[in-house]
Design a protein around this ligand. Structure first.
Ligand code: PLP
Length: 379
């Protein structure tokens, strides 16, 4: 089989050439940034420059960027240490029912430790409103956690307005935003959302897996999750992953230089949905996605795992929901109140600015064949 036709960019992305080059260069200059001799100092200077690059893209000061191993680590750190920091206020956390497992499972863990969690339910379009957030706040609320872009529907949540509502209620409540699917995928630097904490991840934008960052607003002091040698200004111990950090910064810089990436991504998604509706009339669009790179469709009554497998046999990669579900039905689609046949047949498509019409045509033709040849549970 030739190169796969990839429509699963929300799961992960190929490493960009700029990131690969930066990674290899940094592997050669292998010094430890904490070492005092020249070779180590060079590595430290590189990490400093890379932090400045990521900070510029986030719209914040370099000192507000802490490198992590992934988005999951950032979410865990923000929730666990953020909640702990505000424990004296009370033990109540507000989040949404459509968060990624990195947030939901951490909240479940905190629930086991005596925290009370309010999980806001979305409407049929996968949306949450600032009014819902405002109504859930209580005098004992310590923290609010809300994602920017849902990884299964592509819905953009009104984080900036929710931050305003929360801070108007009480500025002491910490606001964490899972920005993993939003970083450089929606217009505007994420620090401008006004949240206290924002988690991002490199492998969603052309860096290798194993690198992310947590934006920690100036003045918000979190206890570290990892203790040890005191790297990252004492906030995240562990020798800096210099090569991954270099690749992350290179990927961020390259994405920033590509000024038409969002328009191109939205255009190819729009083309795909249009062709799909023409070729497969029974396809339903669960969410066209506000973010340019993600949408969700359904072949009602079909089994999405079977559709995904049949497409995979033709070298076409799509997902039956988030890649983290491992075959379990999507909690996001379920909580949106979709009819069961829609849930059964739900497929997530996700795009890059480099996705082509030829690839989209191959996807549409494979989905048409699947709809024509597979049995539904409805027939
Ligand atoms: N949050 C969201 C919305 C995601 O989509 C993902 C990954 O799919 C994560 C968090 C976890 O990020 P990572 O894979 O870097 O741990």
């Amino acid at each position: 089989m030739g190169q796969p036709i990839y429509f699963d960019y929300a799961a992960t992305t190929p490493v960009r050439p700029e990131a690969r080059e930066a990674l290899l260069r940094a592997l050669d200059g292998f010094g430890n940034p904490s070492s005092r001799y020249g070779f180590g100092r060079e590595a430290a200077l590189r990490v400093k420059a890379d932090r400045e690059t990521v900070a510029a893209a986030l719209g914040c000061a370099p000192g507000e960027v802490i490198f992590t191993s992934c988005g999951t680590e950032g979410d865990n750190w923000a929730l666990r240490r953020g909640a702990e920091r505000n424990r004296r206020r009370g033990r109540h956390i507000v989040t949404t029912a459509i968060e990624h497992a990195a947030v939901l499972e951490t909240c479940k863990d905190l629930e086991g430790e005596g925290w009370e969690i309010t999980r806001l339910k979305p409407d049929r379009g996968g949306r949450i409103t600032p009014e819902q957030v405002r109504a859930a706040l209580r005098p004992d609320t310590a923290l609010v956690s809300m994602m920017l872009v849902n990884n299964e529907t592509g819905a953009v949540l009104p984080v900036a307005d929710c931050v305003k509502a929360v801070k108007a209620y009480d500025p002491a409540i910490l606001f964490h935003c899972d920005g993993v699917q939003g970083f450089l995928k929606v217009p505007g630097p994420l620090a401008r959302l006004g949240a206290d904490l924002v988690a991002v991840s490199g492998h969603k934008l052309g860096a290798p897996k194993g690198i992310g960052a947590l934006y920690v607003k100036k003045g918000v002091r979190l206890r570290p999750l990892l203790t040890g040698g005191g790297q990252e200004d004492g906030l995240r111990s562990g020798t800096e992953a210099t090569a991954q950090i270099a690749a992350f910064a290179a990927a961020v810089e390259a994405a920033g230089r590509d000024q038409t990436r969002l328009e191109r991504t939205a255009a190819i998604k729009g083309y795909t949905l249009e062709q799909l509706k023409k070729a497969v009339p029974r396809v339903e669009v669960i969410s066209a996605g506000d973010a340019p790179h993600i949408c969700a469709i359904s072949l009602p009554g079909y089994k999405s795992e079977v559709v995904v497998r049949v497409l995979g046999d033709r070298g076409i990669c799509v997902s039956s929901g988030s890649a983290c579900h491992r075959g379990k039905p999507s909690h996001v689609f379920a909580t949106m109140g979709l009819p069961k046949p829609w849930l059964d047949g739900a497929v997530r498509l996700s795009f890059s600015p480099e996705s082509t019409r030829a690839e989209a045509d191959a996807l549409v033709s494979a989905l048409k064949d699947a709809a024509d040849t597979l049995f539904t549970t409805l027939s």
